[in-house]
Design a protein around this ligand. Structure first.
Ligand code: SF4
Length: 83
């Protein structure tokens, strides 16, 4: 069973798949106002700008974290990696 959770913010939706996470800690170390394991829920999609959250989620090494910007401009898509 896939353990995927969705966190809704004003401008961004953040998805987290705990089955895929390799516990690198990059998310919590890099953006503690958004990713804080001591809080419930541990993801606050309004804790920073949607751009900052999106850029940081792109550094998640496992792909456990993904996102969708609610203006429809951009979502996590690895095929955009030609830049
Ligand atoms: S950055 Fe990704 S792999 Fe690392 S702890 Fe966060 S969700 Fe898990």
């Amino acid at each position: 069973m896939v353990k995927e959770k969705l966190y809704y913010g004003k401008d961004i939706e953040v998805m987290f798949n705990s089955d895929v996470c390799i516990h690198s800690g990059i998310c919590v170390k890099g953006l503690p106002a958004v990713f804080d394991l001591s809080k419930r829920p541990w993801v606050d999609p309004d804790g920073d700008t949607s751009e900052a959250i999106a850029r940081h989620i792109d550094t998640c090494p496992s792909g456990a974290l993904t996102y969708k910007l609610l203006d429809g401009e951009y979502s996590t898509k690895k095929e955009d990696e030609h830049a």
